[in-house]
Ligand binder design. Structure first.
Ligand SMILES: NC(=O)c1ccc[n+]([C@@H]2O[C@H](COP(=O)([O-])OP(=O)(O)OC[C@H]3O[C@@H](n4cnc5c(N)ncnc54)[C@H](OP(=O)(O)O)[C@@H]3O)[C@@H](O)[C@H]2O)c1
Length: 259
């Protein structure tokens, strides 16, 4: 019961809510879209590849509640143009899962690759938030994505850890500045089976999943729908803002040595 004695709205009620998901063509973005549509919301999926978005929309099988808009979030003019072209209050929630990841030993990873990753994973969400803000309805939210590497570094991932930390810093600063009108949170996943690893040879990918899973309290890597559940919570819980939510199977507390 609320203080006034009425029942609060159901948690995770997305009926009629409009969610823009940048990165919605695959992985956590598509899983989030599936969860939103299943709860009565509508989604606009964005990403750079029109065919991928079209396939994702077909998979969601709800043509009246799924729109696609091909867009590269590193193209500031395209980002500004999209949001300038829709009405004020036309979006309830913005979710940004899109990113580029660059790995490599510090001295071997070209600096341009690290800079390109910041252009994507930090400046992309930054530009999206700036452009989207006037269009997000009061009471809406923004959810960014970082990852466990922000606080538990991995070998050959120093720049990726740094960009994740930058996204988390942006989350906290914006949450303070944009409240109470809009809440801002960040999901920090651990390793999960998504298309992000699709280009790895299958045997290497499965070996990586096994090795990572074996180091975690839950003894396995994650699945996209488990991360989408967390995004739904961040989107809809009206008392949660400025939070970095680890959805990582216990990666933050994992053992260094094998069991
Ligand atoms: N999966 C994991 O194990 C894991 C672990 C920790 C953190 N994360 C983080 O979680 C987030 C989502 O990962 P995921 O596994 O869902 O990856 P994913 O399946 O590769 O999805 C990322 C999506 O973003 C889109 N995208 C990439 N660059 C874009 C751009 N410049 N503009 C617009 N769209 C763009 C991609 O489509 P196009 O290429 O067609 O644009 C793709 O559909 C990322 O930030 C990732 O770093 C993932």
């Amino acid at each position: 019961m609320t203080e006034t004695g009425t029942l609060p709205p159901l948690a995770c009620d997305l009926d009629g809510r409009r969610v823009v998901i940048v990165g919605g063509g695959s992985g956590f973005g598509l899983a989030t879209a599936r969860a939103v549509v299943a709860r009565g919301g509508s989604v606009t999926l964005m990403g750079r590849t029109a065919d991928k978005l079209a396939a994702a929309a077909r998979a969601l099988d709800a043509p009246d509640r799924v729109a696609v808009h091909p867009l590269d979030m590193t193209d500031g003019a395209a980002v500004a143009g999209y949001f300038a072209g829709i009405e004020e209050g036309a979006v309830d929630h913005l979710v940004v899962t899109a990113s580029t990841a660059a790995h490599g030993p510090f001295l071997e990873l070209p600096e341009e690759a690290a800079r390109a990753m910041f252009d994507s994973k930090f400046w992309g969400p930054y530009a999206l938030a700036r452009a989207a803000l006037p269009r997000i309805a009061d009471g809406g939210s923004i959810t960014f994505f970082s990852g466990v590497l922000s606080r538990r570094p991995g070998m050959n991932c120093s720049a990726l850890g740094a960009v994740n930390a930058a996204v988390e810093g942006l989350t906290r600063g914006l949450a303070l500045e944009l409240g109470p009108r809009i809440r801002v949170n960040c999901c920090a996943p651990g390793m999960a089976r998504t298309e992000a690893y699709a280009r790895m040879p299958e045997d290497r990918r499965e070996a990586m999943y096994r090795a990572t899973g074996a180091s975690l309290p839950v003894q396995r890597v994650g699945q996209a729908h488990e991360v989408a559940d967390a995004v739904l919570f961040l989107m809809t819980n009206t008392f949660t803002t400025g939070v970095v939510l680890d959805v990582d199977g216990g990666h933050m507390i994992r053992q260094y040595a094998q069991r």
